[in-house]
Design a protein around this ligand. Sequence first.
Ligand SMILES: [Zn+2]
Length: 61
Amino acid sequence: MVDRTPLCFRCHAQLAVKRVNELSAGFEARTFQCQRCDHHLVVVASSSDPMDSLENRLTSR
Ligand SMILES: [Zn+2]
């Protein structure tokens, strides 16, 4: 399991995982929080292939 979190879109600090909510149909909502500027980011990812979805979200911004 790779422990990677996205970077803050405002200040580019590493975001910390605040919580993970299980959704229906194999998806989960991951809430990240920036320790520096308190920016929040919610990423909905497939729990079966979470890193792929996360990378797609990041590169699409
Ligand atoms: Zn930030």
